[in-house]
Design a protein around this ligand. Structure first.
Ligand code: CTP
Ligand code: CA
Length: 214
């Protein structure tokens, strides 16, 4: 199968020398790219800046901002059989980016932010994607309930939900525990190395659950 994977954080420019970002290490998405390549899939990894090496045998596109990630996904997703959206995409980006560095002046500084495009949420209706669609849900409360809402809203076949308030899993950790919400069932994947969860997710994309999204 041809599999597109998004990974890592995005960087939203504030001015030529500053940006907004988040705590994503990219480890989960890169582990999925590695597992998918080992399973014999043709993999395109679209990633924000991380400290990780690109897994062997994987096609790679580096982007910075949410807008750049959106454009890259829109270009390639229609040719893919599966999409796995592990990136921690910024939800807001500075409304205007001055060409010059912002100089320090007043005691406080207010930045106006505007919403970014929801890349995963655009896969079905805007990009016309009909393949197997996997989203992630980063939650600090009501994990399963919020993941079910995201599955519906974004037209996913599977949402992998993490409790990101836990220090021992998620973000920079090498381990993960997840609630896997499918359309017809929910499974708990107990705490294990991200590599194990990655292999499990990859085993699901080729499975029986071919999408029924209308
Ligand atoms: N996502 C995306 N584009 C965005 C925001 C999120 O593709 N602009 C994807 C993420 O890669 C993830 C899923 O949507 O697969 C859910 O991301 P998450 O941050 O948990 O949810 P949001 O829909 O952004 O809602 P909120 O942050 O308010 O919980
Ligand atoms: Ca978000």
């Amino acid at each position: 199968m041809k599999v597109l994977i998004t990974a890592g954080p995005t960087r939203e420019p504030i001015d030529p020398v500053r940006y907004l970002t988040n705590r994503s290490s990219g480890k989960m998405g890169y582990a999925i790219a590695n597992a998918a390549a080992h399973a014999g899939h043709q993999v395109l990894l679209i990633s924000g800046p991380t400290a990780l090496d690109v897994p062997e045998g994987v096609d790679f596109l580096q982007i910075e901002s949410a807008e750049e990630m959106y454009q890259a996904v829109a270009d390639y997703l229609p040719r893919m059989d599966a999409g796995i959206f592990a990136a921690a995409v910024a939800d807001y980006t500075p409304a205007v980016v001055p060409e010059q560095k912002i100089k320090k002046s007043d005691d406080s500084l207010t930045l106006k932010l505007v919403k970014t495009k929801d890349i995963l949420g655009s896969a079905r209706e805007i990009m016309g994607f009909r393949g197997f669609l996997v989203g992630f849900a980063a939650e600090t409360e009501n994990v399963e309930e919020n993941a079910k809402l995201k599955l519906q809203k974004k037209g996913c076949d599977l949402v992998v939900a993490n409790d990101v308030s836990r220090r021992d899993i998620g973000f920079d950790s090498s381990d993960n525990e997840a609630i896997l919400v499918f359309r017809d069932r929910t499974e708990l994947f107990e705490k294990a190395p991200k590599h194990d969860l990655a292999m499990y997710i990859v085993s699901m994309i080729g499975g029986a659950g071919v999408t029924t999204f209308k």
